[in-house]
Every structure is written in C-alpha cells, then in structure tokens.
Design a protein around this ligand. Sequence first.
Ligand code: 5GP
Length: 329
Amino acid sequence: LAFCQSLPKVELHAHLNGSVRASTLRELAAEKQIDPELCKLIEKGDRTLAECFGIFTLIHQVTTSISAIQRITREVLEDCAADNIIFAELRTTPKSRPEHGLTKQTYVEAVLAGIDAFSEQNSGMEVGLLLSIDRRESAEEAMHTVTLAQQYHSRGVSGLDLSGNPTLGSWTTWRPALDAARASGLHISLHAGEVYRPAETSQMLEWRPDRLGHMCCLDEQLRSSLLASHIPLELCLSSNVITESVAGYPDHHFRQLYHAGHPVVLCTDDSSVFSTTLSREYALAMAAFLLDRREMLMLAKKSIDYSFAESHIKQRLHTAFDRAAAKIQ
Ligand code: 5GP
C-alpha cells in the first residue's frame, strides 16, 4: 500500500455524495437530528448494488444545505490530495430541492464554491467536474443539467455523466440531452453494463461516449464490441466486488481488458460507501493481477490522457507526474 500511496494518481470516477467523510456525515446528521442509526447503516461494510441506492437516499437527506454541499466538496478534494491524487475529476447530480431552498443551479454553484475554497488553500492538485444525470430524471430534467454544464463550462465543468440505479429508465430518454451536450463540446461518460441489459449496453457502445464506467455484465458479443471500441473504461474494483456485480477481485474484468491493452483507469466510485481510497484500489489491483511497480506507474500515468482535462492541463499533469514518479523509482 505504501508504494501505491506514493504513486501520483488520477481519479476519474468519484461521486461526490458517495465520497463524503463518515465523520462529516455523522456531524451533519446530528445537526439535522437524523437518527444516528442511519449513519451506522451508511458505514456498514458490505451491501448490494440495490442497497447502495438506499444509502444514497440517506446521504442526500443530510447534504441538503449550500454550506453542507460546499463543505463536502472541499473535504472530498482534501482527502484526494492527501491520497496523492494530482487530478480529481469529481461528478455529482445537480439537485432541485425546493423544500431546502435548493435549485439545480445553486447546487452547482455550491459545488464550484467548494472547489474554489479547496483550490485557494491547495495548489498541488487540479480539479475537474462532471454533472451527472440520474436515471430517475426525465428528458427535460436531463436537458436542464446539460444547460447548466454548458453554462458552467468555463468554470471547470468539462462534461456529463449518466448514473443512478441501472435497473431504472431507458437510454432513449436521456439520449437527446446527451446528443446536445456532445454537440456543444462537452465530454460524456456513461455508466453501462452494471446489470445485464444487453440491448441498452449495445446502444450505448454504438453511441461512442468518451468514456464508460463499469461494464461488468456483458456477453461475449458485447465484450468484443467493447474491445473493438477502444473507449477508455473506468473500473472500480471494490465497488464491483462489494455490490456483487463481479464475483471476486481475481475474477474482475480488469484482468482481461488490461492484458488485451484496452484503456482502463482505476477509480474509487464512492470511497465512503465502499470504505476505500484510490491508493487502496491500486494496491488491490497490484495484488490481484500481479502487476509490478513499473506497470502500476504506467497505469497511473496513462489515466491522465483519459481525463476530460484540457490539453494544456494534461501536459502540466504529465510534467507533475514525471517529477513525482522520479522520486519513487
Ligand atoms: P451525487 O451525484 O449525489 O453526488 O452522488 C451519489 C449519486 O451517484 C447516487 O445517487 C447515484 O445516482 C450515483 N452513483 C453513485 N455510485 C453509483 C454506482 O455505483 N452506480 C451508479 N449507476 N450510480 C452511482
């Protein structure tokens, strides 16, 4: 783990509300007089994918104010920096919650304020932001999120993500919004193949997003289409094993894809919900797939190219990476 901690790393798949510090959740829950038993549930170690969506509902009961959203954003970034992450591309779903005086726009502004607060105190880590469309949302709500991403593009919103309970809704609902996002120069990552829905996964692959997340439940045909697509894939080992989307670490599709030369990036998904860090994910991969230090360095360095950062930032990240890597070789 010490070697993986010392590696400069890039985080490309971290959901903000899934990465909130447990201590902060407890504190915010106490302020809102929410039953501490709920927090215990959040901290419980193992859970199915379906249970995870119940956990997110609990977390969302706690992170409702502008100040809480700013705070969790700043803290998640501080935790990334402490884990030797040089670029963190967070993602979060803008939420309209009139009962808490929150609109999708004020939500995004709170997240951006949290990023600014972090950046004022920390110069070593670059930050990116994707806005997520939740699969519970309508076509209009998805379009609203795209409009916000366009509006805040110059403030560091580089793209969109489609996430949320993979058993809900249909790809055709959000596709027009994602088409519009792509046409305006935003990058897109799609959660795909988390459950076995071959028709939808195939349509997503055909649409050619800039990146994909998970792709755990594929048949042979989808697996070869994925390989032929060369679309970079965000892989979250602990998340997939804990939620039983994959049977165990040695069985994870990372192995096959990595050895086939497919572009893959190790990510945490929800560091708090799955009690992990990016260094730990690297250590798990190193042990499960018998990778050596040089391979881990290459894996980490290549992640820079799959990020949605602008090319001058990628260049800066490569320079920072090489400088940091030289010290640990
Ligand atoms: P938020 O967008 O509220 O900052 O982060 C939590 C949300 O991210 C969840 O409500 C869910 O929509 C999405 N999310 C987090 N982890 C996963 C995951 O493993 N799979 C999918 N499909 N969505 C996730």
